[in-house]
Ligand binder design. Structure first.
Ligand SMILES: Cc1cc2nc3c(=O)[nH]c(=O)nc-3n(C[C@H](O)[C@H](O)[C@H](O)COP(=O)(O)OP(=O)(O)OC[C@H]3O[C@@H](n4cnc5c(N)ncnc54)[C@H](O)[C@@H]3O)c2cc1C
Length: 714
């Protein structure tokens, strides 16, 4: 603890100790005050300014030190200074005292509390940042929680001191008036209980519900403002219109139909969206073929002298399309029609908060009136404006699936998940791949050791991984395509036959009515925690809404968007992002749930790390995949998992156990106590839990047990 903190703590403790030691509390009760009331009034008549100052400072001290007695003092001030001056005096003294207590708590404890419990407090911090003033106002008006507790607890949150002061002053004013007023009647009140007459209780209850009523009114006024100028249809043909038939849109429509709502799903291109047509499914199918080739190249590792693979790239790409076609029926118009969803193939545009215009693929235009709208328009690859890029031509994750000839020399721009998956896949299929990444390491979101394993593997497989290289320009020289990349102050020339751009994805935000309706959408469609846009009946889910860009998060959000759109204002749910897993399907796979070490350090979250090396795992050794690790972050000294990273064969499957554990508050002790089949890769999870347990073994107890055994041996 710093010296200044120690000094403040000493002063506060000394103040509290003096209060107890000198029994100052005896002066802060109603009987004592009533017995002295006449004398105090005489003194106040003779020295009005000194009396006011004295009461003011005493009041600040009592509230600032969080001592009991403020209520009695308020009554006393009312009795002595009357309603007007009493209210002024108490209002300022109580607000200043409360703010001093708030500041003291912040100075002494906030850093420590946030470092230790930051992860758990995130929702509270966010809530305070968003609506803290309103909550504080509610708490000040409703005397349910002791004010000293509110002062101290608010000091631990990110609320600004100025906000705390003025909200406290305004919020406490009504209560102050009531108490000071009661004080003016002090002669008639025998106990604090006497103040709580039915009339006073009723007025406090009214004060309590007032902020809630006020919030409802504010929300209704806000909604009216948003909808002003639009004419609401008298009736709706549908409960819900969903724009976009990718993962988010399909799940939204599915849920709506399951709860018997009338729902229309509009898709302009291909049902299934990116995941089925250009994302998860084709990429995983291609990865499978590439992995088979990599195994054949490693045949001698498995005791097979040589294994040759003869293949045609075009046939491999045709297989990818066969896989897509096999999965396609899951997302087909027929299936969804069978579930009760009206599916329209066409382009949708929101023309009013309750109307969607569709230009169907057959050229017909229709206008649909709907109670709610869910925007699930997805995202597309971002193509950076690098000079010469249009001239050389480029592939993206949208167009790469149409290739039928393997590019002999492929440049992949981008070291994120999509760039890495496609880099390794094309290299295994036989392209000479150069991967260009401007950051100092691949897969920047993951911990450095995960990046290091992947980079090492890529280089071992013959991939040229160029880190700290920024693509600057594309040229065509003597018919050859060249990328100029900036590196360490100089230029690097990289000749290539094809370039695949995989530097991120941007949400689809144009051309379907967002601008016309003034729906905020800078990088993604802006929504609140219920996934509502500024129009409470228009929602967004999936890649178009962010913050994650995965199929499973799109589906997760879709549930909230569908349920909220259909059941608000009766019930709505905040989208819960507390346990989000993901994986990058490179070899070895990299999977994560919750925090990693890098993030924990960046956010100052206290953590312990437990690592189990998969190189030691029997099954991994037998499979020739003895590499990677399970890394678990836990709360120091507690069996609570903060996050897990797994690098290794089938990491994306292995992590499911930790996802379940985190989602349901299960700790490592329980994982350790669960039987895992031998020999499996899943045992890695149990061994990681075992390492954690070993590190937390009760040493003192074990020393005694050792003595016990020695004694038993005689
Ligand atoms: C190469 C690659 C690999 C990936 N691998 C994985 C993976 O392994 N795991 C994973 O979880 N995620 C993966 N993803 C991400 C995943 O594909 C997306 O997160 C997911 O598809 C998002 O679903 P969505 O419904 O939000 O958007 P999309 O799937 O993009 O669907 C949006 C749909 O809306 C339609 N649309 C847009 N505007 C309109 C309009 N005005 N009218 C009508 N229709 C409209 C579009 O045509 C599109 O079909 C991968 C992505 C790529 C590119």
């Amino acid at each position: 603890m710093s010296r200044r903190r120690l000094l403040l703590l000493t002063v506060l403790l000394a103040g509290a100790a003096a209060f107890v030691a000198l029994d100052l509390g005896r002066y802060l009760n109603l009987e004592y005050f009533k017995s002295q009331q006449a004398a105090i009034e005489t003194w106040r008549a003779a020295h009005p300014a000194a009396a006011a100052l004295g009461f003011f400072l005493a009041y600040v001290a009592v509230t600032g030190l969080s001592l009991p007695g403020a209520a009695v003092m308020t009554l006393a001030v009312g009795a002595i200074f009357g309603l007007l001056w009493g209210t002024v005096l108490v209002s300022f003294a109580s607000s200043i005292g409360a703010t001093l207590a708030f500041l003291a708590s912040r100075f002494l404890l906030r850093d420590w509390v946030q470092a230790r419990f930051g992860e758990r407090l995130r929702a509270i911090n966010n809530g305070v940042a968003r609506e803290g003033a309103f909550y504080l106002f509610t708490l000040r008006l409703v005397p349910v929680f002791p004010f000293f507790m509110i002062n101290l607890l608010m000091g631990l949150t990110p609320m600004r001191a100025a906000t705390f002061y003025w909200v406290s002053q305004v919020g406490m004013l009504a209560g102050t008036l009531v108490y000071v007023n009661a004080g003016t009647q002090l002669a008639a009140i025998d106990s604090l209980g006497g103040i709580l007459s039915p009339a006073l209780i009723a007025s406090f209850a009214l004060l309590g519900v007032f902020p809630l009523i006020a919030k409802k009114i504010v929300d209704a006024v806000k909604a009216r403002q948003v909808y002003a100028g639009w004419t609401r249809p008298r009736r709706f043909d549908r409960n819900l219109v969903v724009i976009g038939g990718g993962s988010a849109g399909l799940v939204t429509a599915y849920i709506a139909a399951a709860v018997k709502a009338r729902v229309t799903l509009i898709e302009q291109h291909k049902l299934g969206g990116d995941c089925l047509n250009t994302g998860c499914v084709p990429s995983k199918a291609l990865i499978r073929s590439a992995k088979l080739l990599s195994h054949m190249r490693r045949s001698d590792e498995f005791g097979i002298r040589s294994a040759a693979a003869e293949f045609d790239f075009a046939e491999v790409m045709e297989r990818v399309q066969r896989v897509v076609r096999t999965v396609e029926p899951h997302d087909s118009a027929e299936r969804y029609a069978g579930l009760g969803v009206e599916v329209i193939e066409g382009r949708a545009k929101i023309v009013s908060p309750w109307e969607v215009e569709v230009v169907a693929n057959d050229g017909r235009t229709r206008r649909l009136a709907t109670r709610g709208i869910v925007i699930a328009a997805g995202a597309r690859p971002f193509v950076p404006p690098i000079p010469g890029i249009e001239e050389v031509g480029y592939l993206t994750s949208d167009s790469v699936w149409a290739l039928r000839e393997l590019p002999p020399r492929l440049v992949v721009l981008g070291g994120g998940p999509i760039g890495c998956e496609l880099t390794q896949t094309f290299a295994r299929l036989g392209s000479r791949v150069t991967q260009v990444e401007m950051a100092p390491r691949l897969m920047l979101r993951e911990d450095p050791e995960a990046s290091a394993i992947v980079t090492r593997r890529f280089r071992d497989e013959g991939i040229a991984v160029l880190l700290d290289h920024r693509a600057k320009q594309f040229l065509i020289e003597n018919g050859e395509r060249i990328l100029i990349a900036e590196h360490a102050g100089g230029d690097v020339r990289i000749p290539f036959d094809a370039v695949l751009v995989a530097v991120g994805r941007v949400a689809n935000l144009k051309g379907y009515g967002l601008e016309e309706l003034g729906i905020a959408a800078e990088r993604t469609v802006e929504t609140n925690e219920f996934l509502q846009t500024r129009y409470p009946n228009i929602y967004a889910a999936g890649d178009v809404a962010g913050p994650y860009q995965f199929t499973h998060t799109a589906a997760h959000q879709a549930w909230y968007a569908a349920v909220n759109a259909l059941f608000d204002p009766f019930k709505k749910f905040r989208a819960d992002y507390s346990v989000i897993p993901w994986a990058t399907f490179v070899d070895p796979e990299v999977a994560r749930v919750g925090l990693n070490e890098t993030e924990a350090n960046e956010r100052g979250i206290a953590h312990e790390i437990t690592v189990y090396g998969i190189d030691d795992l029997d099954r991994a050794i037998a499979d020739g995949e003895a590499h990677g690790f399970v890394k678990v972050l836990t709360v120091p000294g507690k069996d609570r998992i903060l996050g897990v990273t797994i690098v290794g064969e089938h990491a994306a499957d292995l992590i499911a156990e930790f996802v379940l554990a985190m989602r349901h508050g299960i700790g490592l002790n329980k994982i350790l106590g669960t039987i895992h089949i031998y020999p499996t890769l899943a045992e890695a999870n149990k061994y990681a839990a075992g390492n954690w347990k070993k590190a937390h073994a009760p040493q003192t107890l074990l020393a005694w047990v050792e003595r016990f055994h020695a004694w038993r041996r005689g």
